[in-house]
Design a binder for this molecule. Structure first.
Ligand SMILES: NC(=O)c1ccc[n+]([C@@H]2O[C@H](COP(=O)([O-])OP(=O)(O)OC[C@H]3O[C@@H](n4cnc5c(N)ncnc54)[C@H](OP(=O)(O)O)[C@@H]3O)[C@@H](O)[C@H]2O)c1
Length: 287
């Protein structure tokens, strides 16, 4: 079975992990740094980010890790982040996410779970594309969920003004993560690899904040796998030479089959074009 010891030497490798200040993102960034990668970790708030940065620097003395601020629920922040990023990138881990919250909207007026989990990462990937294409074999790993199989996308109700549900909004955003990954893999035609993951039910902040009320979240944290285990599919997808483009990796790590809807190519094309229109970000060299 693949373990953290199988992560290859990553010296000379640059990785960017979104939402790396907590949960699954923190051990993802830590183990990449431990194997020698230069890691840019993002947080949306300086104090929380600094605590995680300090923890990684303590665990990996001499590790090359830095913190930059990014709010995926604000396309202005995504653009400012990308404008300030100017180096070849071997790996982008679209990890950050928000789950099961009451209906809210992003700075640009999109439904929050779709806007953060999908549109923010879609825009980020598109804006960083030239840096990814500068590295042969670069990977884009997007953290989805098996909850994607419950997701539906109604293009006439993208804002979910009608019939908002916490679970259905989350599932929709995770379906969008998978459709995006598989469409990216098709459009890139081998110039980069698109992979998606399902971490497995993991004790993280996402549970206490939104999935269920805080006391139940605390109980679930005792029962669920720790964040380090939840990071295994991401680390496998990010670094294993056996992880091929288009793979959907689950706990184990082992390959999972995306739902029929996630494999629907016309749905993926429509979501891609809609996401370009909504974000104003076009993937210039991948048509
Ligand atoms: N935990 C599970 O059982 C599970 C299962 C399946 C899939 N997943 C997926 O795993 C990924 C990681 O989640 P997690 O479980 O590790 O939860 P988490 O501990 O809550 O971490 C989520 C991270 O995303 C960040 N984030 C939230 N909104 C953001 C925004 N607008 N801009 C930038 N960053 C933002 C959070 O920052 P703050 O600290 O500032 O909130 C945090 O760093 C998510 O994509 C989630 O959907 C988790």
């Amino acid at each position: 079975m693949w373990t953290l010891d199988d992560i290859p030497d990553l010296t000379g490798f640059t990785a960017l992990v979104t939402g790396a200040n907590s949960g699954i993102g923190l051990p993802t960034a830590l183990h990449l740094a431990r194997r020698g990668a230069r890691v840019v970790m993002t947080a949306r708030e300086q104090t929380r980010g600094q605590g995680a940065l300090d923890a990684i620097r303590t665990a990996v003395p001499g590790g090359e890790v830095e913190l930059r601020l990014l709010d995926l629920a604000d396309l202005g922040s995504v653009r400012a982040f990308a404008d300030g990023f100017d180096e070849p990138l071997d790996l982008l881990v679209n990890n950050a996410g928000i789950g099961m919250i009451s209906r809210q909207t992003t700075a640009d007026g999109f439904e929050m779970q779709f806007g953060t989990n999908h549109l923010g990462h879609f825009a980020l990937t598109g804006l960083l594309l030239p840096h990814l294409l500068a590295r042969p074999g670069a990977r884009v790993v997007t953290v989805s969920s098996d909850a994607h199989s419950l997701g539906r996308i109604d293009f006439d109700n993208l804002g979910l003004e009608r019939g908002y549900g916490r679970v259905s909004a989350y599932s929709r955003s995770k379906l969008a993560n998978l459709l995006f990954t598989l469409e990216l893999q098709r459009r890139a035609r081998g110039r980069l690899l698109g992979l998606a993951t399902h971490p497995g039910a993991t004790a993280t902040g996402i549970m206490g904040k939104g999935w269920v009320a805080r006391p139940v979240g605390a109980l679930m944290r005792l029962l669920l796998q720790p964040a380090e285990k939840g990071a295994i599919p991401s680390l496998y997808a990010a670094t294993s030479p056996h992880a091929t483009g288009g793979l959907f990796v689950g706990p184990g790590p082992k390959a999972l089959t995306p739902s029929a809807r996630a494999r629907d190519e016309s749905l993926a094309r429509r979501l891609w074009e809609t996401s370009e229109d909504l974000t104003g970000v076009r993937f210039k060299v991948i048509t």
